[in-house]
Write a protein that binds this ligand. Structure first.
Ligand code: FES
Length: 96
């Protein structure tokens, strides 16, 4: 079983690796990937919102006001609360 997954950011073709127990934002910061904006790192500000285009993940506790159910259904996640369960393809977005 993999102990890390590959995460590709579609806009700039950046790729980084993320541990199976690590959130996307922490992994991006550790590898100096700046495509994902960072804020509170606690699921409350929405700065790190991205859309998962492909792959499996677990989304931890996230503010419903910041990430409403309709967005979750479209694959939007908070990177600071998202743990990959496979390789991922993501789109960085500033849309709310
Ligand atoms: S950094 Fe604030 S919600 Fe992720």
């Amino acid at each position: 079983m993999a102990d890390q997954y590959r995460v590709r950011v579609t806009e700039d073709e950046t790729e980084f690796v993320c541990g199976t127990h690590q959130d996307l934002l922490a992994a991006a910061v550790a590898q100096q990937v700046r495509s994902i904006k960072r804020g509170c790192r606690g699921g409350g500000c929405g700065m790190c919102k991205v859309q998962v285009l492909d792959g499996a993940y677990d989304l931890g506790k996230s503010s419903v006001a910041i990430l409403p159910p309709a967005e979750r259904e479209q694959g939007y996640v908070l990177a600071c609360k998202t743990i990959p369960k496979s390789d991922l393809k993501i789109r960085v977005t500033t849309e709310s």
